[in-house]
Design a protein around this ligand. Structure first.
Ligand code: MRU
Length: 368
């Protein structure tokens, strides 16, 4: 499969998802989207942990970068001794279990900071967190460049390319252009006729974030109910499926937002190629296969309560909540599923596109 030699591609998110603000960070609060672009200042480790757990910041790479800045905030405001560092690492590490980028970023922060004398740690922590964010932006750009030929080839044959995605793996989920959407933005920027089928992604509706992003960027797209994906794939109305990932095991089994597996199954049955786009920070070679990937269970309210703005002319334009299932309804809410490697045509990384079984070859330094 293709590796390297991709043309350079750059993308500047219209609003930074995350930026330093003194001894704090300013985030785009994704719980208010797609209705309000609200910037929220997080000035303590507890506030950063709350923002990650409640999904004010979300998407595997952005979760990792946010946690890294959370460590910097802890060392700048609470003290830079070992106990403070360990407490902050533990607090942030407990926020979300599936996205391995969180644990990757915290391990990187710990490894960079622990050997230093406490007095040197705060400045080094900001530096390392900024480096993680910059690395993510560069990684997203490379994923866009490597994924572009896939879309360009289809468009050259068929006159256009129809991409189905799931959840949100665009700029909102990263510090750069996104993962699954990076090739889409690269294609759109080059004038390739690309259209995106965006599945709603119940229960948290991250598809609405994807639709918002694509609308802001002028990329043609259509929002669909999750349950419509099988029909559209079977009818030949999709050329390629690309989703992001939260953790990829050594054999290529991939955890992503719940519902990804159903798309992969339907794509395989319909003969539509299914790709994952993900950075190195999503790889977990310590997991031999998907059976050891922890799957996050989230609360019942995510299914029982719907969120949006009032459409009767009342309200202040802020997001409010409506209960749709009675309190006490028995609910199961697994937030991710695992797509077996055999359903995945290729993984689009910053180093190139590989078959799932070739990941160890592409990352020999990580596979030891
Ligand atoms: O629960 P979320 O919204 O954090 O889940 C996000 C996803 O599943 C994304 O597809 C994944 O993190 C890749 S983001 C580039």
């Amino acid at each position: 499969m293709a590796t390297m030699n991709a043309t350079a591609y750059s993308f500047r998110p219209p609003v930074p998802t995350l930026r330093r603000d003194g001894n704090a960070i300013a985030i785009l609060d994704q719980t208010q989207l797609p209705f309000r672009s609200e910037i929220r200042r997080l000035a303590s480790t507890t506030e950063v942990a709350e923002a990650i757990a409640s999904m004010r910041v979300r998407g595997a790479p952005l979760i990792g970068a946010s946690a890294a800045f959370g460590i910097a905030i802890a060392l700048a405001t609470e003290g830079s001794d070992d106990a403070t560092l360990d407490r902050a690492l533990a607090l942030l590490g407990a926020t979300r279990p599936t996205a391995v980028n969180l644990h990757w970023a915290l391990a990187r922060m710990g490894a960079a900071l622990r050997p230093l004398v406490p007095a040197h740690r705060p400045a080094a922590a900001w530096h390392e967190a900024e480096a993680i964010a910059a690395d993510d932006a560069a990684t997203c750009a490379a994923i866009g460049s490597h994924g572009l030929p896939l879309l360009a080839d289809i468009a050259a044959q068929r006159g256009r390319v129809r991409v189905m995605t799931h959840c949100n793996a665009g700029w909102l989920a990263t510090c750069g252009a996104g993962t699954a959407l990076a090739p889409v933005y690269a294609a759109h920027t080059r004038g390739i006729a690309v259209e995106v089928l965006v599945s709603e992604t119940r229960p948290r509706n991250q598809g609405l974030l994807t639709a918002w992003e694509l609308r802001e960027a002028g990329v043609p797209h259509t929002l669909i109910a999750d349950n419509a994906a099988g029909l559209l794939l079977a009818r030949g109305e999709v050329d390629i499926v690309i989703t992001g990932a939260d953790r990829i095991a050594a054999n290529g089994d991939t955890a992503n937002k719940v519902g990804t597996l159903l798309k992969a199954l339907a794509a395989r049955e319909s003969g539509v190629p299914f790709y994952i786009a993900a950075p190195h920070s999503t790889l977990d070679f310590a997991c031999a296969d998907g059976t050891c990937i922890p799957i996050e269970d989230r609360g019942a309210d995510e299914l029982c309560i719907v969120r949006g703005i009032r459409c009767d002319g009342e309200g202040d334009g802020r997001v409010s909540a409506l209960r749709q299932a009675p309190v006490g309804t028995a609910v199961a809410n697994p937030a991710f599923d695992v797509t077996p490697a055999r359903f995945i045509r290729g993984i689009i990384t910053e180093r190139g596109i590989v078959a799932p079984g070739e990941l160890r070859r592409l990352y020999p330094e990580r596979a030891r």
